[in-house]
Ligand binder design. Sequence first.
Ligand SMILES: [Zn+2]
Length: 389
Amino acid sequence: MQRSQDVGGFMRRYYFIGAMLLLIGGSMATAIAAEEQAPSVGHFLDPGILAFPAASPRGMVGSSFGKGSPVLHDLMVSPDGWVDRYEDYRVASSVLTDGRGEVQGSLVVVNRDNGEFLAMLEAPHRSGLIAGDRHGLQRMRDAADDDGGNGFKDPDGIENPRPPKPTDRAGKADVDSKGFIMIDVFAGFSEAAVKKVGDAKAYALAQVASVNRALQNSKVQKVRLRLVGVRTIKQDFIISAENLDKSYDLFEQDMFDKGADLFAGFFDTTAEDGTEGMAWTGGRASMQTVKFKHVFKHEIGHIVGGHHCAEGDASYRHGYDNGKSLTILCSHTQGYQTQSKRVNYYSNPAVKDMHGVALGKPGVANMARLWRERAEAMSAEAEAVVPLN
Ligand SMILES: [Zn+2]
């Protein structure tokens, strides 16, 4: 019930903005759209685009669904057969490749049995969230220009204030029947954040899937995140160390009940209020604004124990800027200048970007190695409650 009311509220707002745009027109409309971050309306994506079995030839997927998905331009999807399920949601993701087979971006699609969907597109020509309702109406919210890290005012990976005691740990990782180490995530939302994203569960699933896609892209094998619960609270939080502590407390019981290893808080705060996100380095908690879509996978990089690319502490636990591409942890406190484009990869010297340049450097930037080393301990933070298979 709560959910349909939320959607109704969103739709009323959207119709209102649409009517305003029709009335005003031209440059004034553009200004309002930017200020309100109003989604544009149209047909962007065929939500069935990733519903193909893995065996389908890539060209066939590209030709039959490409026409129904103008937002992809000429990029093609290569579904790998992975479908995560959560209640009545199905989640699939794909890299996006060009005609030469080079990876240009990624796409996550969360389909719901009632026909609604939420997609997260990350591509050189366009990035953002696309939502479709059960009647086929689609709206797209483009990612803001500073999406992805340049809005971090202060170091956002802070010291873990709650280092684990030996008794806190379940002692062993949760591993599914396919041998995947499973890291369980509980997502907490404020009501204000839900107003922005529409469907909190779909949004959390897309965020988790985007991390899983990055892990696959970065050749981190046999490690996956899994959403195990979502709850919305009235209170909204500005991103700060103090509020990360407070919000963690509010969801600690949920985490216990669902066997969650990690807490991810999603709030409707702007970078001007504080910063985009924050996480306990090597800990269990992150909080992030829903204003930008990249923040969670960056913050979880801090939870793994990683640092930004510009910080040199003589370890391999860093993001990487190879002069063409920026990996996920390569976001910066203010002042870092680069022309490189953000890609959905954690640093790994053994993986190359679309330009053929390595996305990491041994001894300097190898987040893939850190993920592999830390995955078992992260999974062992709490014993799984939701069945693994
Ligand atoms: Zn950071």
